[in-house]
Design a protein around this ligand. Structure first.
Ligand code: NAP
Ligand code: FE
Length: 367
């Protein structure tokens, strides 16, 4: 198994980092496609900051704000057609994982002729436009990954496409855009990031570099557990979550995720459960499964968070996530079967078979 660490994205961080670095934006192009969701970028000040830098730089832009959560293939094709029509030469994505992931796929489809059959193949040419990403959730780490996760109706799940050409050139981290983020989105996205770092440590591709980064990420995110429980987060804590989430992105960019993500995709696809929440509902049961084979690894992950047992961690997750909607036996079996076919499921240090996946999902969610 190849062990490597690769991170081509330059990360700029801190309060007002966009407005303090206008010259960086001049590097990427003359006419920029800005990709956002429907509302948040307009409301949290991030779009205004970008537009003021572009206008003072004399750069032109056009906005595609039609990205919905869990973007579909149709959505990114629409964005790609728009990018071609507008003849843009670079892309800025602002938002959570949905606009950031959509921007990567829009870029790929605008630059290259890729058939539906080849969309998730990873076999692409080299043509791509330079990208700058501004995360406004602290969760996915998409600003430092080469993945784009799309809703894939053909496979009735979410599928990720990935290629080294899809790393953004720059990521700008400013927690001020998260100041008014609702608590449920804050919690769900924080748990997504935590799950990335924990899953990363459980993969076959984990190595000393990714493990160090994952441990630091877990430390930063878990230091905010009490604030997340109370719902009262300072700007400093918002930054801890954002920084922890970017670190987690650097981990999974190199390790990938596990069956936690594969099974979580079914909860999102069939029950509209937010992505991070879906992972959080399954994470402790997956750790119990791995614990049977490598209890030292699980104990070391728990100790970074200050927990002695998986149950203590699960108690915290239960407080953060609230009531769970249970699944029927038929749903558990169907979602386990979908996960068994996914790439992520075979990525962990122990590969769960169909029976194991049914066991993990049952422990997490069976009625
Ligand atoms: P999201 O789907 O991007 O956004 C969720 C909601 O949060 C939207 O309603 C959005 O509003 C709102 N929002 C965003 N920023 C906000 C802010 N600062 N204040 C208030 N509201 C805000 O959620 P996400 O969890 O960040 O991303 C999930 C997606 O990322 C999933 O598709 C998942 O599969 C993918 N993902 C990708 C990777 C990767 O490596 N690329 C890793 C994990 C997950 P608007 O729609 O109005 O913007
Ligand atoms: Fe995720």
């Amino acid at each position: 198994m190849k062990q490597q660490y690769y991170m081509p994205t330059r990360v700029i961080m801190g309060k007002d980092c966009i407005k303090s670095n206008p010259e960086i934006f001049l590097e990427i192009g003359r006419k920029i496609l800005i990709v956002t969701g429907a509302k948040s970028a307009k409301n949290n000040g991030s779009l205004d900051d970008i537009l003021s830098v572009l206008s003072s730089n004399g750069q032109a832009w056009t906005i595609f704000d039609r990205v919905t959560p869990n973007p579909s293939i149709a959505c990114v094709k629409e964005g790609a057609a728009f990018a071609q029509k507008e003849k843009v030469d670079s892309i800025i994505a602002i938002g959570g994982g949905s606009p950031m992931d959509a921007a990567k796929a829009i870029n790929l489809l605008a630059c290259q002729d890729i058939s539906d059959e080849n969309l998730f193949s990873g076999k692409y040419g080299t043509e791509i436009l330079p990208m700058i990403f501004v995360p406004t959730t602290a969760g996915t780490g998409s600003e430092v990954t080469s993945y784009s996760v799309l809703t894939n109706d053909r496979a009735q799940t979410k599928t990720s496409l990935g290629s080294p050409i899809l790393f953004p050139k720059y990521a700008f981290l400013d927690a001020k855009y998260m100041k008014d983020m609702p608590l449920d989105i804050t919690i769900n996205t924080a748990i997504d990031a935590l799950s990335h770092s924990i899953e990363g440590m459980i993969t076959k591709r984990a190595n000393p570099i990714t493990n160090s980064i994952a441990a630091e990420s877990i430390r930063r995110i878990s230091s905010c557990f009490e604030a997340l429980k109370s719902g009262d987060l300072s700007l400093e804590q918002r930054f801890e979550l954002l920084y922890g989430s970017t670190l987690a992105g650097m981990v999974i960019a190199n390790t990938g995720t596990t069956a936690v993500h594969s099974m979580g995709y079914s909860l999102t696809y069939f029950h509209n459960v937010d992505h991070g929440r879906a992972n959080g509902l399954i994470l402790a049961a997956f750790m119990s499964y791995i614990n049977k084979y490598d209890s030292r690894l699980i104990t070391s992950i728990l100790s970074i968070m200050g927990f002695k047992t998986i149950q203590e961690f699960k108690d915290t997750l239960d407080i953060l996530l609230g009531e769970r909607r249970a699944l029927s036996r038929e749903e558990v079996e169907r979602y386990a079967a979908i996960a068994a076919k996914s790439r992520n499921a075979s990525n962990s240090i122990v590969i769960p078979d169909m029976e194991d996946l049914v066991g993990i999902l049952s422990e997490a969610l069976l009625r």
